[in-house]
Write a protein that binds this ligand. Structure first.
Ligand code: ZN
Length: 245
């Protein structure tokens, strides 16, 4: 959820809900000392909320129960950056007030995995890959985008919007020349069910390649640059600097 100040004592908070998709709620008196739902409305909290829903005017939250804050995400700057980026992508992908279907569960699961020490970069890659159809730029990761073959080595082609088999590599002089391991994970992560996922281990070099492919797709085809993503890019450059020393 996104929190914003509203009037002296109130917060305006954007929730991702299972029923109504993203929705802005006014939480009255939330800034008063001793406010009884103070813990329920912290960022990265999940739970059941009761309130009044209005389609055109303001909606209100009245009470909450069974709320849990993702503590790992709230206290770790790296986890927080990736979780914030995932929420920004969801915010950009869906209009407010429109149900998001399976994405409510998927986001909740992604946050849970990041909270529990799964590699946040990899979980973020899964969300980025699986959100592409919602952004209207579905990529072909199952088979060759030209002939449908699956038995030859693949490469990724931006202009064909997906994989090209070796027989069709000549069609795109700008294909990415990706190694087999990166292709393997692009195919796996684009189809993986986060509810069934155990620990995913991917070598740093391959993670870097996945980041490169997704940056290309998100910069060129999707065309969104959330602020949270720029922060992740900065963190990557700090890591590079730390390692050089
Ligand atoms: Zn082909």
């Amino acid at each position: 959820m996104l929190r914003r100040d509203y009037a002296e004592r109130d917060y305006l908070i954007k929730f991702l809900t299972a029923e109504f998709g993203k929705k802005m709620f006014l939480v009255r008196g939330a800034k008063k000392r001793g406010y009884k739902m103070a813990a329920d409305i912290l960022p990265f909290t999940i739970g059941e909320y009761v309130g009044d829903i209005s389609d055109d005017g303001l909606s209100y939250i009245r009470s909450a129960r069974d709320t849990t804050q993702f503590l790992g995400i709230s206290t770790d700057i790296f986890k927080n950056a990736y979780a914030t980026y995932i929420m920004s992508l969801i915010d950009l992908a869906f209009p407010d007030g429109q149900p998001v279907g399976q994405w409510y569960e998927l986001v909740a699961r992604a946050l849970e995995l990041i909270d529990q020490d799964q590699n946040p970069a990899i979980i973020t890659n899964v969300i980025e890959l699986q959100l592409l159809p919602t952004f209207g730029v579905a990529q072909e990761w199952r088979q060759c985008a030209v002939c449908g073959r699956t038995d030859l080595p693949f490469d990724y082609s931006e202009s064909y919007g997906g994989l090209l088999c070796q027989a069709h590599w000549s069609l795109d002089p700008h294909r990415l020349h990706l190694d087999a391991r990166t292709i393997f994970f692009l195919r796996q992560l684009s189809a993986v069910n986060l509810n069934q996922v155990g620990h995913i281990d991917i070598k740093p070099a391959t993670q870097k390649n996945l980041r490169r492919v997704l940056d290309l797709i998100y910069n060129n085809a999707v065309g969104v640059h959330p602020k949270a993503k720029r922060f992740i890019d900065q963190m990557a450059s700090w890591e590079g600097r730390l390692k050089k020393k």
